[in-house]
Design a protein. Structure first.
Length: 246
């Protein structure tokens, strides 16, 4: 029997009010059954105008090329460093090679710690060289380590001379990358560019070891002229050294 007219009049407004909720329920059911694939497709369609274009792609390619170039450059530099170390060891087989294992940031230009000690034949007073020349002297030793006082340490004093003028001086550290030579003569006759080596008169280190190059001269210093020296060895970045027997 057909439903009464009053019942049909009540059901129609109820359906009209409930249809948004029915659509939402159907949509949620569809998302659940499709595991969000529909939403992902809709997001992709709406965001397509904002996708990276050719300019962004070229930026990415350029960044990759830069990364590859930097990596290759770092590998070549490391290869050259290791080749130099091997060559240095082959050229001086009687010298003891030691790694730098520790360095205090607050005393970067003062000391460094080596991974060789008395068990390997290291002794106090040994000259320490890096590629380029002298960097310091061994100041203390344990069975497995050795501490080096650098030429840049304020406590360091090493006799040096300028071979061109044959004038002697005392190389003194300042706690900075460049030590100074305090000459013994009033008129040493040195100029920027002169080579500084260890003095033949020194009793601490072997003679004529390369030290550095004069960078500037203070002829008015009292009691004798002084000269700032650019060290030949990379004291600030050395990671392997050689020790000379006394």
């Amino acid at each position: 029997m057909p439903a009464p007219r009053w019942l049909r009049s009540l059901a129609l407004p109820s359906l009209l009010q409930a249809w948004p909720w029915l659509l939402l329920a159907l949509a949620l059911l569809g998302v659940r059954l499709s595991k969000g694939a529909g939403l992902a497709d809709a997001y992709a369609l709406l965001s397509r105008p904002f996708w990276p274009g050719t300019a962004q792609a070229e930026w990415l390619r350029s960044a990759r090329r830069f990364e590859d170039t930097a990596r290759i450059g770092a590998l070549e530099a490391e290869n050259a460093r290791l080749r130099g170390l091997i060559g240095l060891q082959q050229a001086s087989p009687k010298r003891l090679t030691a790694p730098v294992i520790a360095r205090e940031p607050a005393g970067w230009w003062h000391t460094l710690l080596l991974g060789r000690g008395s068990l390997q034949g290291v002794a106090e007073g040994q000259a320490v060289l890096a590629p380029g020349g002298l960097i310091g002297l061994v100041s203390s030793v344990t069975p497995s380590t050795a501490r080096v006082t650098l030429l840049t340490d304020p406590a360091s004093r090493v006799g040096v001379w300028v071979g061109r003028t044959r004038h002697h001086g005392l190389l003194t550290g300042l706690g900075t990358p460049r030590p100074v030579v305090r000459f013994l003569e009033k008129e040493p006759g040195v100029v920027p560019g002169d080579v500084v080596t260890t003095s033949p008169a020194s009793t601490l280190v072997p003679p004529d070891l390369p030290v550095g190059v004069i960078q500037s001269v203070d002829a008015g210093a009292d009691p004798a002229p002084e000269a700032v020296v650019q060290l030949a060895a990379p004291v600030g970045s050395v990671d392997w050294v050689q020790l000379l027997a006394r």
